[in-house]
Ligand binder design. Structure first.
Ligand code: ATP
Ligand code: MG
Length: 352
């Protein structure tokens, strides 16, 4: 479900991330599984560029992962290093980017508790992403309190690092809107700018669909192509992709709208002119789905193969991954203290 109304209201920036500089950037991912191609085009690729000219922090959101895994916490614990390995495998450099673990930064939990007093349950229930996730997860009447309130904890994450820019997929726009509401409330309490508002940075592909085209590619929906997928897995996934159901023979004209193969070619093929030619040919007739699928398979295999190789080496060295995370978390702990002190002062709680 697309949160269209909210998306339309939010101030969005579609990036050419190469032009972004001197910004404080915060992004993150739930530690609920390996990262996938949706993460790659939605956010990871930009982060690799952004880290050169900006101060970037990336949060492995283990506590947010628990909000719908309270009874299955090993799903989160087992995936923390998977996510760190994915980051490093795509080229996020721990010397340039601070990679930290949410549960290791106490200021994030503390800020969440303060902000929780500024947000109503009704407002949380209106958040369109939370609303559609609640429906999808079949919580019934037993919605975990942590799940309903995760937008508050996300506001804590963003403001703790005083982030100006948040590279995300479009499902996160309602979260940033709620964050900025909290920022305005804290500033109003203090009658000065204690926190600053953030802006989303959307990539051109801000919601990569799953192969069937029916929903977004997402860990919890189990419809992903991971960043270490084998050549065989990739080719099977592409073979099963939704195209134009009325394109029955090669010589017939085909439709590219809603055709997942073309959505992916747009997202992943390095040569946009070539993809434009393919689209023309397909719409004219004479280009079969077998051919377009082969082109996409080659393209994805070429993209994933070196990432997979790097990832395999990284995951075999858990000690190194832990070291990276420890160092980043220590840095994040120090950095987040200032925002926490400022927010406590805004509530007048700075006696000691
Ligand atoms: P889960 O199903 O556990 O929520 P997820 O696959 O949705 O996992 P998240 O960790 O929630 O992944 O998302 C991390 C970041 O990746 C967010 O900024 C989100 O917008 C972005 N993202 C996730 N899936 C996609 C996608 N299919 N297309 C573009 N961006 C995506
Ligand atoms: Mg998600």
């Amino acid at each position: 479900i697309t949160p269209t109304t909210t998306a339309a209201k939010a101030t969005t920036t579609t990036s050419d991330s190469k032009d972004v500089r001197d910004q404080k950037i915060l992004t993150g991912d739930r530690a609920t599984g390996q990262l996938h191609l949706g993460h790659y085009v939605g956010s990871l690729k930009q982060r690799v560029e952004l880290q050169h000219l900006n101060q970037q922090t990336i949060l492995v959101a283990d506590m947010q992962g628990l909000t719908d895994n309270g009874n299955t916490p090993s799903k989160v614990a087992d995936n923390i290093l998977n996510v760190v390995a994915d980051y490093l495998a795509v080229g996020i450099d721990p010397a340039k980017t601070t990679i930290c673990l949410q549960s290791g930064v106490p200021a994030l939990s503390e800020l969440t508790m303060y902000y929780a007093n500024l947000v109503s349950i009704a407002r949380l229930e209106r958040n369109p992403t939370v609303k559609s996730e609640i429906q999808g997860k079949n919580f019934g009447r037993s919605i975990p309190a942590g799940f309903l309130t995760y937008p508050i904890s996300q506001a804590a994450d963003i403001t703790a690092f005083q982030a100006q820019l948040v590279p995300v997929g479009d499902d996160q726009l309602p979260m940033l809107e709620q964050t900025n509401e909290i920022v305005r409330k804290v500033n109003a309490l203090a009658n000065r700018e204690v926190l600053r508002e953030c802006q989303p940075l959307l990539s051109n592909i801000s919601r990569l669909p799953s192969a069937d085209g029916k929903s977004k590619m997402s860990k919890s929906l189990g419809n992903v192509i991971t960043l270490d997928a084998s050549d065989k897995t990739i080719s099977q996934a592409v073979k099963a992709m939704y195209t134009d159901p009325n394109h029955l023979t090669v010589d017939q004209p085909g439709q590219i709208e809603g055709n997942v193969v073309f959505t992916y070619l747009d997202a992943f093929h390095p040569d946009a002119d070539y993809v434009a030619q393919l689209k023309d040919h397909y719409q004219r007739g004479g280009l079969g789905d077998g051919k377009t699928k082969q082109i996409l398979t080659d393209c994805l295999q070429t993209l994933i193969s070196p990432i997979r190789a790097r990832r395999q080496a990284l995951i075999a060295d858990k000690g190194y991954l832990i070291e990276v995370l420890k160092k980043g978390t220590e840095q994040a702990k120090q950095e987040s203290q200032q925002a926490l002190d400022n927010v406590k002062a805004a509530f007048g709680l700075n006696l000691l």
